[in-house]
Design a protein. Structure first.
Length: 301
């Protein structure tokens, strides 16, 4: 079941005091995002979810917890990327076996400047190793973090080779021209290739070109604002809604995104354990926390 289009939150992850993932709390949080949080879907264990810092055992068990909670598979895109091809295959298989066949897959990010042939081989190993026609891979372009960009040529080559299995792409470059290039080269939603820019500030500009929506870290806190902008009729109402979206995104961008979104959730839930980060990341400083509180209060009037 291919992931639905619309507003996604790259969900933050709650940790226990010993550093292990609290799967039950993450499931409940994603249920909040999918209801009152205003999101059409969630993308757990991605960058904002500190996915590469979560223990392998916890990542492998998480899809089963989502299945047990009855969360619809078309509303979840699990992050399954890993430097080791076999780990990526195991994580993606665990998601698929639990019924979640949509996977957000980083390129192998340890070795720098790999060739397109090498990156093609990595994704081909995943597709051929699983051998599932229902698998839907969303390529993950985030050169600032992975230091391994995905070229337009590689993306179109993978799509040509594997068809509907290569279902889309998350572009976290922050460069709208890059998102537009991926959409133009693949045909975007008109060709059933779903490009998701990473900022809700790009929402309607992207949709006008053929994007599928957005997958954003700041929609952990502001998904309802993005959903309001998505549903607003063209004209003044949409313009006003998008101004609110852009103001919230700009404010969020002043802070370390993951720590800020966890702090917002700690305030919303009254649970300070949400501020725990997986090393080497750290929570907001006292000064950052006070500034964020003031900015939120000003944003919400």
């Amino acid at each position: 079941m291919k992931a639905r289009r619309g507003i996604y939150a790259a969900a933050v992850s709650p940790f226990e005091a010993n550093g292990r993932l609290n799967s039950g709390k993450l499931v409940a949080y994603c249920q909040h995002l999918l209801s009152d949080g205003g999101c059409d879907g969630v993308a757990p264990t991605g960058t904002t979810g500190e996915g590469t810092s979560i223990a392998m055992a916890d990542r492998l068990a998480l899809p089963g917890a989502f299945a047990d909670a009855g969360i619809s598979p078309d509303r979840v895109i699990f992050g399954t990327g890993a430097p080791a091809s076999g780990d990526c295959l195991a994580l993606t298989a665990a998601a698929c076996d639990a019924g979640f066949t949509n996977a957000l897959v980083l390129p192998p990010y340890y070795y720098k400047a790999p060739s397109d042939d090498g990156l093609f081989a990595y994704y081909a190993n995943l597709v051929n190793g699983l051998g599932r026609d229902d698998l839907r891979i969303y390529l993950y372009h985030f050169p600032q973090m992975s230091a391994v960009p995905l070229s337009v040529e590689l993306v179109t080559r993978l799509k040509a080779e594997f068809g509907s299995v290569i279902a889309g792409l998350k572009d976290s470059s922050g460069d709208f021209a890059q998102s537009a290039a991926f959409i133009t080269a693949t045909g975007g939603v008109d060709a059933d290739f779903d490009v998701f820019p990473s900022s809700e500030a790009m929402l309607w500009d992207g949709l006008a070109l053929g994007s599928a929506g957005i997958i954003s870290g700041s929609t952990n806190a502001f998904g309802a604002k993005a959903q309001a902008a998505l549903q607003a009729p063209q004209g003044g109402a949409r313009d006003v809604a998008m101004e609110a979206v852009k103001a919230a995104r700009t404010m969020a961008g002043k802070y370390p995104m993951m720590a800020a979104m966890k702090q917002v959730e700690a305030w919303r839930s009254g649970d300070d354990s949400w501020t725990r980060m997986a090393p080497p990341l750290v929570p907001l400083s006292d000064a950052q926390r006070a500034s964020l509180r003031a900015d939120l209060d000003a944003l919400n009037g």
